[in-house]
Design a protein around this ligand. Structure first.
Ligand SMILES: [Zn+2]
Ligand SMILES: [Zn+2]
Length: 426
């Protein structure tokens, strides 16, 4: 009954007078003799009749009309007084319902996991979550919503589904619900392959440098990136691309796919996530989706090394550069070494006994690339390389760079990011 009343109020606020009246009548019908609903509905009817060039009804006359409609509905429904809530929903005459009344005003699609907020408006759960990225008000009437409700929704990503609406949807619009479910499953199958298959468009977070195998903790607070993050997690794929911002609002042509390990939401709408770098990629085509960047990409892997002589030579070069890099690191002043290691967010990995086997080479190389006190362009150049030998030699060259210094503002040589990247806490 309350569901029909809320529905009547929503439709009335949208100016859909006849449909709201039908909803109120259903509410009356299911009120089973409750006396408090009729006067409210009579007032609403009286309020609207003058707009339609009709003579205003008296309370008595309105009540009579209501009674007539009520008895008609009762006849249609073969009403009895002992229906459960679910049985009553089943008795709603189909011809009184229109699919367009069950569409979400935010996405214009059939309500998906409908959530009805305190003011009576209903939305898809994911549409309302998206709205909460921007504002804690009802997206239709701008009513402020309970702080606890919004905070819980932001932190958990969950809201109670309106069971009445969901039951009515599945009962009366089964085919449309089934079609929507099939579409979602097809979309999900595609999204699962994001960051795995080159044929799927990759969401791109433009923020900082990320490298294969290394952790990259991030602080997500902008609404478009919160939406991107939610989509990545909900799809089950949990992958997006990370590129470095460049002048003019664009981003680097090379980046790294990040896999989301953990997500922690805060009550004020921010998210703290931990990610790990996977494949490198080159952006072939750029686009946008709902405010964030996307790209069609080509994954980058090292050329395979199969010749036994080359493998021996590569392993020997790895040992040489590893030792050289370690000496370089140990020779740094303590403050500089601490600052460098803090930028990477994980301890220095050991040498890889089979460096030729990994498509992005040994993890320790990326650790040094990330820690290097150099400009982003030079680091991006490392991402492009498809030869481990060249990457090792380039790292060896880079170890002659000047050591970082400390200023009043902190670490001079460290790049200024857009505020998303978290510093290491270990
Ligand atoms: Zn929606
Ligand atoms: Zn509202």
């Amino acid at each position: 009954m309350h569901g029909h009343f809320r529905r009547g109020a929503v439709l009335e606020s949208l100016g859909r007078w006849e449909e709201s009246l039908a909803a109120y009548f259903l509410c009356l019908h299911f009120s089973s003799g409750s006396t408090d609903v009729t006067p409210i509905i009579c007032q609403i009817i009286d309020r609207h009749l003058p707009d339609r060039n009709c003579t205003s009804f008296s309370f008595e006359l309105t009540s009579r009309v209501v009674e007539i409609c009520r008895s008609r509905l009762a006849a249609d429904c073969s009403s009895t007084t002992d229906f459960s809530e679910e049985e009553k929903d089943d008795k709603i005459p189909h011809h009184l319902l229109d699919q367009s009344d069950f569409e979400c005003i935010l996405c214009t699609g059939l309500l998906d996991k409908p959530v009805t907020v305190a003011c009576g408006h209903s939305f898809c759960q994911h549409c309302l979550s998206r709205s909460f990225d921007h504002t804690p008000f009802c997206p239709v009437c701008r009513s402020p919503l309970a702080e606890g409700f919004v905070q819980y929704a932001r932190m958990s990503g969950k809201m109670n589904v309106d069971e009445l609406l969901e039951r009515v949807l599945h009962k009366h619009f089964r085919a449309a619900c089934e079609e929507k479910r099939r579409q979602k499953e097809a979309e999900r199958a595609h999204k699962l392959m994001v960051g795995v298959s080159e044929s799927e468009e990759l969401p791109v977070f433009v923020c900082t440098m990320a490298f294969p195998s290394l952790p990259c903790p991030l602080h997500v607070f902008e609404p478009q990136y919160r939406l991107m993050l939610r989509r990545c997690v909900e799809s089950g794929g949990r992958r997006f691309g990370m590129c470095y911002p460049i002048d003019g609002g664009s981003f680097s042509s090379y980046g790294t796919v990040l896999y989301i390990n953990t997500v922690e939401h805060t009550a004020d709408g921010r998210s703290l996530i931990t990610t790990t770098g996977e494949k490198r990629f080159e952006v072939l085509h750029r686009s946008t989706c709902d405010g964030y960047n996307t790209g069609m990409v080509r994954f980058i892997e090292d050329e395979p090394v199969t010749n036994p002589w080359e493998i021996v030579s590569l392993r020997s070069l790895q040992e040489e550069v590893f030792d050289h890099a370690k000496q370089w690191l140990e020779a740094l002043p303590v403050y500089a070494r601490l600052l460098l290691t803090q930028t990477v967010c994980c301890p220095l990995p050991g040498i890889d006994p089979h460096p030729e086997n990994c498509p992005s080479g040994p993890m320790w190389v990326w650790w040094y690339v990330n820690a290097l006190p150099t400009n982003p362009q030079r680091k991006i150049a490392f991402l492009k390389l498809t030869s481990l030998r060249e990457r090792l030699l380039m790292l060896k060259d880079s170890l002659h760079l000047p050591i970082p210094t400390v200023s009043a503002n902190g670490y001079d040589s460290r790049e200024v990011h857009s505020g998303h990247q978290l510093t290491a806490t270990h």
